[in-house]
Design a protein around this ligand. Structure first.
Ligand SMILES: *Cc1c(COP(=O)(O)O)cnc(C)c1O
Length: 337
């Protein structure tokens, strides 16, 4: 199977597995796991932040950030397609008791002006706005990246209103590679950042929440409450360290492949539009002889997996387990449809 369903489907490479196996470990709930500690320090330094917290999933790192930044009854500002709202099981309400102010952005990206307009005034009728959350790259926006200047402009607004600014950076390394950014820039703009090691970087499990020391101390307590305190977690943290050392620059290859896939899709009369491709996600609008569901089925019969993203869209995600040969085979299959 050639699996484009998500960049989470990757298998650890033999070199990654070997590195995991030799990792020194300890009980991380006691703070004794040297490999987890090394990963937390490494990621914090990379992004110019004080501290990190290793977690089982990006959902947990996002939810811990929301829980730590807010009080029950508050409101969180985010884009309407954002993962924290769409794909975290109602966790904002369940874990934090917060409502959301959903903004309609451009392929998942919102502007400083929209953020400012979304902040509630001091008024007993209104929930207290207590957090702004951005996503970079934007999944439902087809892997769209923020402009650096826009994130800075948003920070200017959140600072003026004394609001924390969170980044769901599940695919932050795709944005960093595409935009040729330095991760440390992000530490100057955001109060907390969630990064995923199990997406394009190819680790089997794990995300890290980054922030200042007192924020991470509080988040660590909430991680325990949610049952996310892991013991000899160094084996999986080692996969993250390996991925950060070896799998960042190669993301450019996934982006190049995504562009080729986009070109092949645009040639088909059953594709009305493909969202602009910047990184590793290709979202195509389907019309005519196929629906997203029937196209997914036909491709599956030809050993190609992708997902129906909405009643009108299919999504393909590139990652390190899609080889050049597999991409070429996909392009041939598409040509034949
Ligand atoms: C995948 C993803 C997450 C986290 O997902 P987990 O499966 O819980 O690790 C968060 N945000 C975005 C945008 C994602 O794509």
């Amino acid at each position: 199977m050639i699996d484009y369903r998500s960049d989470t489907v990757t298998q650890p490479t033999p070199a990654m597995l070997a590195f995991m196996q030799q990792a020194p470990v300890g009980d991380d709930v006691f703070g004794d796991d040297p490999t987890v500690n090394a990963l937390e320090v490494k990621t914090a330094q990379m992004f110019g932040m004080e501290a990190g917290l290793f977690c089982p999933s990006g959902t947990m790192t996002n939810q811990l950030a929301i829980k730590t930044h807010t009080q029950a009854g508050d409101e969180v500002i985010c884009e309407e397609l954002s993962h924290i709202y769409q794909y975290e099981g109602g966790g904002i309400a369940f874990n934090s008791g917060c409502s959301v102010k959903l903004l309609q952005g451009n392929r998942g990206r919102i502007t400083a002006q929209q953020v400012e307009a979304g902040i509630n005034p001091e008024d007993v009728h209104k929930p207290i706005t207590s957090l702004v959350s951005l996503e970079n790259t934007c999944n439902r926006g087809g892997g769209a990246c923020y402009e650096w200047s826009e994130m800075q402009a948003i920070q200017k607004v959140t600072k003026a209103y004394h609001l924390p600014l969170h980044l769901d950076g599940a695919r932050i390394f795709n944005a960093i590679v595409y935009k040729k950014e330095d991760p440390r820039q992000y530490g100057t703009v955001f109060d907390s950042i969630s990064i995923c090691l199990s997406k394009g970087l190819g680790a089997p499990v794990g995300s890290v929440l980054l922030g200042n020391a007192s924020f991470i101390k509080k988040a660590r307590r909430w991680r325990k409450v949610l049952g996310g305190g892991m013991r000899q977690a160094g084996y999986i943290a080692a996969a993250g360290i390996y991925a950060l050392d070896h799998h960042i620059d190669r993301l450019a290859n996934d982006h190049y492949k995504a562009l080729q896939l986009k070109e092949a899709l645009l040639k088909k009369d059953f594709v009305s539009e493909v969202l602009p491709v910047e990184t590793n996600i290709v979202i195509a609008h389907i019309q005519g002889k196929y629906t997203p569901a029937t196209l997914v089925k036909i491709l599956k019969e030809k050993n190609i997996l992708c997902i129906a993203m909405s009643p009108t869209q299919v999504r393909f995600v590139l990652h390190l387990d899609i080889s050049d040969d597999q991409l070429n085979e996909t392009l041939e299959v598409l040509q034949s449809l």
